[in-house]
Design a protein around this ligand. Structure first.
Ligand code: ATP
Ligand code: MG
Length: 687
């Protein structure tokens, strides 16, 4: 099934580099297995994809006009499909879509289906944290979901929320979270979801930035065996905001803990129980018809590369793009069961839990817990229980589960699966293969999806289509309307195969509209360096077949003796070793090479670090990539510093690589988005 042939040169910059081969091989190809195809897929074959893609680039206005006109409800149609300017030289950066139209995304996600008579169709299958918690495990039909959304919308209105106001949601991954998002959208309020793992300080900063008078939270939640007392954190955040002169007027509090409600402190005049307020609320609530460019939500980026940015998305373009990418990337078919493991605190949860699936009348699992509780078989238990057809998760989860071994997967029936989706980081071929062979029994499509908070939806995708040739580790091909360009350092476009800055040329419907309160920052960050393009901040290589390979953040590309090496390349080589669980690579100042390679490595359960293992790892990098990729230093670590969305914060590792054990916590910049800040001290101590 997996053919591996002669490899292509990786470095293009200098002739000496010709002997280098990349271990993410261009010609390591896995053909789309026929068993994994739906009998009537949305994309018949690769030719069909090519034909649609070409049209989306050549005639974007007609292309999106057709899709928008047929797949959605519009209170009023648009006067023009789009108006886009990506050049600061030509004025204000702008991206407007379906200009002049009026619609409502909540209406399109819920009312539309209920009105066509499918109110009994299941929207959500709620899977609680505890496997034995049968009383929480329940189905939500479209009819029930709409009824709940209307009541919550009325509660918000009664709290004084008006069109354009921002509501902050600080909740666990329960169905009430997408319900509250939809309730905001229904009445034209802007939601700002803050992941339920953030600290009081981080939450306060986001409440202040958004000027949210209303906060929706929860008494607490169990994540695995750990209780997280959200309400206490929300209270503390309100206090911090108060000290900075901003008063949160109302908190709507969901009751989710086993403990009696009386154990949760409620402040009179401000705090209201969700269930009580919803029970009292009116059952009817008209939708607010929104202009196409009215704000839908703000969401802060993960903060992997710097302080988080409050990315703003608007109504119509975001709606059309997320619905379309959901349909085609995952080949979602009526009655399929979709399961995205991401929390709604991230863009993945916004676009592929709340909006994309409901806009397609999909049925999906919402999972409150974590993949390793009660054990590493949990996701596969869910797949078996609900006969999941598409699962969508992240490389960090795949690698973590792989470390526990195959038996946890094999214990469950996974025959319903057709699509294995991945997002968040480049997936290393080792993890890809495990996902494909072990989880998917070599029958499913591995759909890698490269995109960003700023892009709103999938941009580069390995579509699971008949005739598709997957290349493990490559995000593969552009999605509809996406025109990727590689630029060299001088800003020249690279034609054909090559390696450079990944830029996007034309606007697509869900382009970032602005950074909340700071349009100048958004113009500077994304449009200043190269005029006329959107700067993704990621490095990328395009191979001879036109496949895209993400090589790491621009700031993370190493320059070793004049050769550009992506951190993702070296990391993928290191994790080929059977004892290695994860690796993170950064550069550090090196007298001779300019930049040296510093690798932080975590080992599998039970494995021990040794000098001979170090030698084996070095040999692996040399054989897989070339002598130029020899790590100068390898540090064994118990864990890596990851953002709460599971991404490695390499800027911390860079500081440690540069300054060793003498690095000071205060020099590390904003680390509030780290999942476990205590890892940092351990890392410094283990230098
Ligand atoms: P910040 O912008 O604050 O540094 P962030 O970039 O981590 O945070 P996100 O928008 O959540 O915030 O992540 C987008 C980034 O994640 C992409 O720019 C890319 O680097 C990485 N990424 C996401 N999906 C993939 C993928 N399938 N393959 C490779 N990289 C990916
Ligand atoms: Mg980013």
């Amino acid at each position: 099934m997996v053919e591996r042939g002669a490899s292509e040169p990786f470095k293009l910059k200098s002739a000496e580099a010709d002997h280098l081969v990349e271990h993410r091989h261009d010609d390591d190809i896995v053909t789309m297995p026929l068993e994994g195809l739906h009998p009537a897929p949305h994309l018949r074959d690769m030719e069909h994809y090519q034909q649609m893609y070409k049209r989306s680039i050549a005639e974007p206005e007609q292309f999106w006009d057709d899709i928008a006109r047929t797949g959605f409800y519009w209170k009023q149609k648009w006067d023009a499909v789009r108006s886009v300017n990506f050049s600061r030289k030509q004025g204000r950066i702008e991206s407007s879509w379906f200009i002049g139209s009026k619609t409502n995304i909540c209406f399109n996600a819920l009312d539309r289906w209920v009105e066509t008579g499918i109110e009994d169709h299941v929207a959500f299958l709620f899977e609680p944290n505890d496997l034995s918690d049968d009383k929480s495990r329940r189905e939500w039909t479209y009819g029930q979901t709409l009824a709940e959304v209307k009541r919550v919308a009325n509660v918000l209105k009664a709290m004084g929320v008006k069109k354009g106001d921002c509501v902050t949601l600080y909740m666990p991954m329960v169905v009430e979270l997408p319900v509250c998002m939809l309730a905001c959208a229904r009445i034209g309020a802007v939601h700002s979801v803050v992941f339920g793992g953030f600290s009081a300080e981080a939450l306060a900063g986001r409440i202040l930035d958004a000027e949210s008078k209303v906060v929706i939270t929860c008494d607490g939640v169990m994540r695995g065996k750990k209780p997280i007392l959200l309400k206490q954190i929300a209270d503390k955040a309100c206090e911090i905001a108060q000290k900075r002169g901003f008063a949160v007027a109302s908190q709507l509090v969901l009751h989710r803990l086993e403990e009696d409600k009386s154990t949760c402190e409620m402040r009179g005049g401000r705090d209201v129980w969700y269930d009580e307020a919803v029970a009292r609320a009116d059952t009817e609530c008209e939708v607010e018809w929104m202009d196409a460019e009215d704000p839908l939500f703000i969401l802060y980026t993960s903060g992997s590369t710097g302080s988080p940015k409050g990315v703003l998305h608007t109504t119509a373009g975001y709606m059309v793009y997320t619905a379309t990418t959901f349909k085609y990337s995952f080949d979602y078919q009526p009655r399929d069961v979709f399961f995205c493991t991401a929390d709604c605190g991230w863009i993945t949860g916004h676009s592929y839990v709340t909006y994309g699936p409901l806009l397609n009348a999909a049925t999906q699992v919402v999972f409150e817990g974590v993949p390793t509780y009660p054990d590493a078989g949990r996701l596969w238990d869910i797949v078996q229980r609900y006969r999941v057809n598409q699962i969508y998760t992240a490389p960090t989860a795949i690698r973590a589960l792989k470390a526990y071994g195959d038996s946890y997967v094999q214990a469950y029936d996974r025959s319903s699966l057709r699509v294995l989706g991945t997002v968040g980081e480049p997936i290393n071929p080792e993890a890809w293969r495990w996902y494909f062979e072990v989880v998917g029994s070599s029958k499913c499509a591995v759909v890698d999806t490269w995109w960003q908070t700023e892009t709103g939806g999938h941009m580069i995708v390995s579509f699971g289509v008949k005739g598709m040739k997957f290349k493990p580790g490559s995000a593969s091909l552009p999605s509809f309307g996406v025109d990727p360009v590689l630029l060299d350092e001088q800003g020249q476009e690279i034609e054909g195969p090559g390696d450079g800055f990944l830029m996007i040329r034309q606007g697509w419907p869900s382009t970032i509209r602005t950074v909340r309160g700071d349009h100048e920052r958004m113009e500077q960050v994304y449009f200043d360096r190269f005029d006329g393009y959107y700067l993704t901040g990621d490095g990328c290589r395009r191979d001879a077949d036109g496949y895209y390979w993400l090589t790491g953040r621009i700031d993370d590309i190493l320059n070793v003796s004049g050769h550009r090496i992506g951190t993702a390349e070296v990391e993928s080589a290191l994790v080929l070793h059977e004892l290695v669980n994860e690796a993170a690579v950064v550069g550090f100042g090196h007298d001779i090479k300019g930049e040296g390679i510093y690798a932080f490595v975590t080992l599998n359960q039970g494995a021990k670090a040794s000098e001979s293992l170090q030698k084996e790892l070095i040999a692996l990098c040399r054989s897989e990539i070339g002598p130029i990729a020899t790590p100068d230093r390898i540090q064994w670590v118990p864990g890596l510093p990851k953002t709460r969305s599971g991404k490695i914060m390499r800027r911390i590792l860079r500081k440690i690589a540069e300054q060793g054990g003498s690095v000071k916590m205060e020099d590390l910049g904003d680390i509030t988005t780290l999942a476990d800040p205590s890892v940092v001290a351990q890392l410094i101590a283990s230098v």
